[in-house]
Design a protein around this ligand. Structure first.
Ligand code: PLP
Length: 413
């Protein structure tokens, strides 16, 4: 049986409706695209900066256009600055954060390599999955969710065993915990391993300093603190990582993410590999400019202040944070859902009544916590005020009412 699809465009008042008629006789009406305006305070995507949206609407040019090639150089430079590195191999991979994760792993890992992943949330698990698919002998250091990774435990696991790579998540978006990278890098280097750091949620929200910290490979994503839509994954490879790539015995198993070929495009020779997502790269360039123009220190301080105000307000409502204070990420706030409160209903009402998106729990924390993002452009006082008042309104008698905004205000003044 086949279905004949006929597309008819016809004027309907001021707008065009497209009808699809099928042989079965059903008709579907498509209204013009009109997504609602939301306040995105979940784990990403986060609110996109208006300058970034504007940049995306600039005319598309060819990916070999001299103007575009110059723009690529600018993006590389801005990314190096943002990552805190002089690594020549710093550029955006086409794809989301997970493509960056896969790109880092697929280029340096070969079957039989020992890989140790420190897992304190969902994303460490994803690293271990990818490494396993590449034929690595994967060992996972399980850390309680919501806690940072302790270098001492990692050292014990690594002791005396040659290891190719250690993977760790700097900012675990599934729990809201931050791991201090330098001691982890030191532990990895003691056994000759490369250190891979997931900087998806950390980049442009808290300090990232790849060179000073001794990170060998890192990746990020555009839709968290960079205030861009999802679609690109900035990556950075140190010279040690590039050496590991150059001395591989086997070919990189992914064609699309093979760095040796990607670098012929992003490097000096500009050899066609795949068509760069031009307008998405306009977006990233603008987002990086917004970041460096405000100034990294100012951006990080803004994230810290809004975080303190949000937490003060939540605690005044009688809510409890999941992560201990010293390890909390300012850009991702994990709140324990009180007993008797319906997770889905609260988030549904926030969305429908306030246009506000917050995140639910992921993996082991599903149904147990909310994840309130204050990432990049979304890390603003007006969003803190909105989130606190909307939560108070929606949760009713489940929380102490009337004190949250004053508690938040006290942080700002
Ligand atoms: C969001 C996220 C990822 C995955 O990125 P996608 O863009 O969803 O592919 C990986 N790691 C962390 C820590 C993240 O927050």
């Amino acid at each position: 049986m086949h279905t004949l699809i006929v597309y008819i465009a016809r004027p309907a008042g001021k707008r065009y409706n497209i009808s699809i008629m099928r042989t079965m006789g059903e008709t579907m009406e498509y209204a013009p695209l009109n997504p609602p305006t939301r306040t995105l305070m979940g784990p990403g995507p986060s609110d996109v900066h208006p300058r970034v949206l504007n940049a995306m609407a600039a005319p598309t040019i060819g990916h070999m256009d001299p103007h575009f090639l110059a723009l690529m150089d600018e993006i590389k430079g801005l990314l190096q600055q943002t990552f805190g590195t002089s690594n020549a191999m710093t550029f955006p991979v086409s794809g989301t954060g997970s493509a960056g994760m896969e790109c880092c792993l697929v280029n340096v890992i070969e079957p039989g390599d020992r890989v140790v992943i420190a897992q304190n949330g969902v994303f460490g698990g994803r690293m271990a999955d990818i490494a396993g698919r590449l034929g690595a002998e994967v060992e996972v250091l399980q850390v309680p969710w919501g806690e940072p990774v302790q270098a001492e435990l990692l050292k014990e696991l690594l002791a005396g065993k040659p290891t190719k790579l250690v993977g760790v998540v700097h900012a675990e978006t599934s729990t809201g915990a931050m791991t201090d990278i330098p001691p982890i890098a030191e532990a990895a280097h003691q056994v000759g391993a490369l250190l891979l750091a997931d900087c998806v949620t950390s980049l442009a929200g808290i300090e990232v300093a790849l060179d000073r910290w001794g990170v060998d490979l890192a990746y990020s994503g555009t839709q968290k603190c960079l205030s861009c839509p999802p679609g690109l994954a900035p990556v950075s490879f140190s010279e040690r990582a590039v050496d590991a790539l150059k001395t591989r015995k086997s070919k990189v198993v992914s064609w699309y993410l093979d760095l040796t070929m990607l670098l012929n495009y992003w490097g000096g020779e500009r050899v066609y590999h795949h068509t760069a997502p031009i307008n998405m790269l306009y977006a990233l360039r603008e987002a990086l400019l917004v970041f460096v123009e405000e100034g990294p220190e100012q951006v990080f301080a803004r994230h810290r202040t809004n975080h303190r105000a949000l937490v003060a307000g939540l605690e005044a409502m009688g809510l409890r944070m999941q992560v201990e204070a010293p390890h909390r990420l300012p850009q991702l706030n994990t709140v324990v859902i009180p007993d008797g409160v319906n997770d889905g209903e609260v988030r549904g009402r926030l969305l429908n009544e306030f246009g506000l998106e917050i995140g639910g729990g992921l993996g082991a924390l599903k149904g147990k916590v909310w994840r309130i993002g204050l990432m990049g452009h979304a890390s603003r006082r007006k969003n803190v005020t909105l989130a606190l008042s909307a939560l108070e309104s929606v949760m009713g008698d489940a929380v102490h009412r009337g004190q949250a905004l004053a508690a938040a205000e006290a942080v700002y003044t």
